[in-house]
Design a binder for this molecule. Structure first.
Ligand code: NAD
Length: 521
């Protein structure tokens, strides 16, 4: 059946290189009214855009190729000012049903489109995003809080991710069984994917799902966090005519929308990034119809500074590994273990660095550390600091004034608290980090592994071989040597223990969007 569809699509392409509109199967073109006018994005080399993006108002969802407002809306707050600066549509149950219905209708045709054409669509989405990079980045800073330079980097990296992911291909294999029967092993698309993303990297973590889902022939309904829905909604606006109706749908809604999606029988797979607590709820909900699930969940990454580390070389990198995005990174260094021989020196060096980077409103382009993204998270991190103080631990931060409004917390260290301290045991997801002293390698491995989380880890030292040996003893999906987290579209990313289930990125990540199908002759 699948072969037939592919052959039919190829015939309609007339065997042309599958990178432009003239390669879209005819039955498909019906659903792409804009594409005929849109050749500037394909073979002509012209890269101009007629879309003027208004990031101040008119936030709409993308449902079945159309931009749709909500019957109700909800406010989105700028965490640097605490002002409610925009209204996002609050998706109704009927609108979600409509998006899922559109996705379901689009699936049979989309899966039959040649992989090269699907890949070309990803590249076009990337081009559109890049054309509007600066405007989207301003909006991302307003809703998320991260400094403008980081917001631009997130938008740019997301476009790059689309382009590089588009180079992957789902492999097919053939062979002969022991009984002499020929078999083909195909990886076929799963169907309708619900992508649910958190508020720390609203664009990146949605694109991480969109790119492999579409490339493998699936259709998708994306639900960003209600704290940060706006940039993805505007991306929906600029890509509405790049893919056929229903292939990409982008919804925004309050706390009801996630559970509606994960329980819905029309969803075949859930790609979720968020907290471990919510991940467990998603898994329970998915069990109803045995949906495929990929869960990228919370981390409590240890960073181990070995006795031979060069403090000057390590301190600044380690600082950013902990405090980038105001510490709101799943793979931030969240527990820092420093060898006894250098503990005081490294702690003092980190404090000196902290003094250089006071937090501020990222839209003004000065500060490199923004606010916490939302009030709940702000209160939670302040509570962890208060808990440390109440327990008599030494709390260190650089002196300085914080902005009067906004959810700002200065980079803060807890000086050698016990392993049982809340700030050690719990994922803080904010700019407060425990620094802890250790004496032996066996001791630090035991302490680093003493966690329910197993997302990432890092090891810092001059002897890279010894660092690699230590890395292999850590219970974590990714271990970086002499750097903070580095993620790549061709490298799998997967949490161990309660940090996740399944894989994102790379070929392993792409295959998570497929079912295996064997045809035996
Ligand atoms: P969260 O779990 O509160 O929310 C994540 C998303 O799930 C949001 O879109 C939210 O609306 C939705 N949601 C909430 N309840 C739901 C439910 N019952 N069913 C379905 N969807 C539901 O997480 P957050 O606070 O937005 O993000 C912070 C967490 O995400 C941290 O724990 C962080 O470590 C984790 N995270 C993990 C990764 C990773 O790749 N492993 C990356 C970034 C963030």
């Amino acid at each position: 059946m699948r072969e037939c569809r592919l052959r039919a699509a190829a015939r309609l392409c007339g065997g042309a290189s599958a990178s432009g509109d003239n390669c879209i199967p005819e039955q498909f073109r019906r659903h792409l009214p804009h594409v005929a006018d849109d050749r500037r994005y394909t073979n002509t080399g012209h890269r101009g855009s007629v879309i003027v993006l208004n990031i101040n108002t008119n936030f709409r969802m993308l449902i079945d190729g159309r931009l749709v407002g909500g019957i109700e809306t909800f406010g989105v707050v700028n965490p640097a000012t605490e002002d409610e600066f925009a209204q996002a549509p609050n998706c109704s149950l009927e609108q979600m049903e409509s998006a899922l219905g559109a996705a379901r209708r689009a699936f049979p045709d989309w899966r039959g489109v040649p992989a090269e054409e699907r890949a070309a669509r990803l590249i076009r989405i990337a081009e559109r995003i890049m054309e509007h990079r600066d405007t989207l980045a301003t909006l991302l800073t307003r809703e998320q809080g991260k400094p403008l330079a980081d917001a631009k980097a997130e938008i740019g990296r997301s476009a790059d991710w689309l382009i590089r992911t588009s180079q992957l291909r789902v492999p097919d294999k053939s062979g002969t069984s022991e009984g002499g029967r020929a078999f083909d092993i195909h990886h076929v698309p799963v169907g309708v994917v619900a992508a649910i993303s958190p508020w720390n990297f609203p664009v990146t973590l949605s694109i991480w799902k969109l790119a492999p889902a579409l490339l493998a022939g699936n259709v998708i309904v994306i639900k960003p966090s209600p704290f940060t829905p706006l940039t993805m909604l505007k991306i929906g606006e600029i890509i509405a005519d790049v893919v056929p109706f229903g292939v990409v749908n982008i919804l925004s809604g309050d706390d009801r929308l996630g559970p509606w999606l994960t329980a819905h029988p029309q969803v075949d797979k859930i790609a979720f990034t968020g907290s471990t607590k919510t991940g467990k709820a998603v898994m329970r909900s998915a069990a109803g119809t045995l949906k495929r699930i990929t869960l990228e969940l919370g981390g409590n990454d240890p960073a181990i500074v070995m006795p031979d580390a060069d403090i000057d070389a390590v301190a600044e990198k380690l600082f950013w590994s902990a405090f980038r995005n105001a510490g709101q990174v799943c793979v931030a260094s969240k527990r820092i273990y420093v060898h006894d021989s250098m503990y005081d020196n490294l702690r003092d060096a980190m404090l000196r660095i902290a003094a250089l980077y006071p937090p501020g409103n990222g839209e003004h382009g000065v500060s490199r550390i923004g606010p916490l993204q939302n009030r709940v998270q702000y209160d939670r991190v302040r509570e962890l600091i208060a808990d440390a103080k109440a327990n008599g631990y030494v709390v260190l931060s650089a002196p300085g004034q914080l902005p009067e409004k906004g959810y700002f917390i200065a980079p803060t260290f807890i000086d050698n608290p016990p392993d049982t301290a809340r700030v050690v045991v719990e994922e803080q997801f904010g700019p407060v980090v425990p620094l802890m002293c250790y004496r032996t390698m066996d001791e630090v491995v035991r302490r680093a592994n003493d966690s329910d989380a197993g997302l990432g880890a890092s090891v810092w030292g001059q002897d890279v071989e010894s660092a690699a040996q230590l890395a292999a003893r850590l219970d974590a999906g990714s271990v970086w040597i002499n750097s903070g987290s580095t993620l790549d579209p061709f490298v799998p990313f997967a949490g161990h223990k309660q940090s996740g289930l399944g894989v994102e990125n790379g070929l392993d990540g792409l295959l998570e969007y497929c079912n295996v199908q064997v045809i035996m002759r």
